[in-house]
Design a protein around this ligand. Structure first.
Ligand SMILES: Cc1ncc(COP(=O)(O)O)c(C=O)c1O
Length: 438
């Protein structure tokens, strides 16, 4: 039966993705081969268990697919063990917690308000109900606050120290994390969700020699399907020889049921694509593009957390522009530039109306955009923000909630009608047309 409603919505979304600048740093364009595997008959199959040990019949081919994904991941990341079944990044981190910690165990991670991720013990996440989380933050310069991390590690003696989050613009010093974890007797879990592609492509150091466990989503810079992996390193197996088995048991049957083997197959495809010189060039270009875009934004007077970008991600503090992240993100969307709002370190605003924005270059680099285009994108972003600053912003951010909400509603109605933004949207579309989605 044809479903015209859904097919036309998919087509509309395809068009939106083609005609706008996708600058959300955690998004990317997958290849047709990845999507072919995702949309294949593999979605029809139940395969609870692991290759060679399934609870359902008919898994001979599925076993081969999952084994291929595992072998490709082990080779690409140079680790002795990989579980490719986690449905996504959050369940992957939960499975690691389940494998290593008893309920009530202490854990230490980057605080949500400082760019950490929910799944690593944040207050709003269920993980904080089962584990006693402490946090470390960033310095005002956007570095890891090492002093705080070391003090917390000594004071709490956590079972796990997590590294990784949704906003960090520098190169991770995994060796330093590893040393602090070793001194505290903790497992060091490196969540490389954002930078997995950069690590695979050699554009960011790998945590394989310093961490005991590595978790990652597969759909960001790695350019695979939505999903996740959990890896155990040589160092991890030395610390706990049963760690791989514990991870497997924590994923299934501990947390999940049947793995999504269409997703596993699509991941296998992405891992093959990532193990090529072309992918290595791609990841180097992501970083180059991010550096150039960051430098352009600084030239236009934007304040960047970390003072620039050493990876794929740019984190803007909008305080000096007199706009919050919500307002800026809607103005950018009205001009066809898609990014996301983000709290900044020591933010006095709420996470829903934070003071910052987060952007990144993985998706536009997949389209083939380079240095010249990044200069243009910087100019367009600046034009949008300048236009938004001239709009009626009265009462946005007012302590009186009713006034604030009324002002935001008015802004949203007006922003999509602003002639300068509509003009920029045309320019964005023209730029996008020159760099078709693969
Ligand atoms: C560092 C990090 N870990 C975990 C996750 C969770 O991934 P998912 O959204 O697939 O659950 C994210 C998602 O943004 C992330 O940035």
């Amino acid at each position: 039966m044809e479903d015209k409603e859904i097919s036309s919505l998919i087509r509309a979304e395809e068009e939106r993705q083609a005609e706008t600048l996708m600058l959300v740093p955690s998004e990317n364009y997958t290849s047709a081969q990845v999507r072919e595997a995702l949309g294949s008959v593999l979605t029809n199959k139940y395969a609870e268990g692991y290759p060679g040990k399934r609870y359902y019949q008919g898994n001979e081919i599925i076993d081969k697919i999952e084994n291929l994904a595992i072998e490709r991941a082990k080779k690409l990341f140079d680790v002795p063990f990989v579980n490719v079944q986690p449905y996504s990044g959050s369940p992957a981190n939960l499975a690691v917690l389940g494998a290593i910690c008893q309920p009530g165990a202490k854990i230490l991670s980057q605080h949500l308000s400082m760019g950490g991720h929910l799944s690593m013990g944040q207050e709003a996440s269920m993980t904080s109900k089962y584990y006693e989380a402490s946090y470390y933050g960033l310095t005002r310069e956007g570095d890891i606050n090492w002093q705080e991390l070391e003090q917390q590690a000594k004071k709490c003696r956590p079972k796990i120290i997590f590294c990784g989050g949704t906003a960090f613009t520098k190169v991770f010093d995994f060796a330093r994390f590893g040393r602090i974890a070793d001194e505290a007797g903790a497992f060091f879990v490196a969540d490389i969700a954002h930078i997995a592609g950069l690590v695979a492509g050699g554009a960011h150091p790998s945590p394989k020699d310093d961490a005991h466990v590595i978790t990652t989503t597969t759909h960001k810079t790695l350019r695979g399907p939505r999903g996740a992996m959990i890896m155990v390193t040589k160092k991890g197996l030395e610390k706990e020889p049963e760690l791989a088995k514990k991870i497997d048991r924590a994923v299934f049957p501990g947390l999940q049921g049947g793995p999504h083997e269409n997703q596993v197959a699509a991941l296998a495809v992405a891992l093959k694509e990532a193990n090529t010189p072309a992918f290595q060039r791609y990841t180097r270009q992501i970083v180059k593009n991010s550096h150039i875009l960051a430098s352009e934004l600084i030239r236009y007077g934007f304040t960047l957390i970390g003072g620039g970008s050493e990876n794929h991600l740019i984190w803007i503090d909008l305080t000096n522009k007199g706009l919050d992240g919500w307002t800026a993100a809607w103005a950018l969307e009205a001009a066809g530039i898609i990014c996301n709002r983000q709290v900044i370190p020591f933010d006095s605003n709420s996470p829903y109306y934070p003071s910052g924005l987060r952007l990144g270059t993985p998706a536009v680099t997949t389209r083939g955009m380079g240095e010249r285009e990044m200069v243009k994108v910087g100019q367009l972003i600046n034009e949008v923000i300048e236009c938004a600053r001239k709009m009626d912003l009265q009462d946005i951010g007012n302590q009186d909630k009713e006034k604030d909400q009324k002002a935001r509603k008015r802004f949203k109605q007006q922003v999509f009608k602003q002639p300068p933004l509509l003009q920029i949207k045309i320019e964005v579309k023209e730029l996008c047309q020159k760099f078709p989605v693969p």
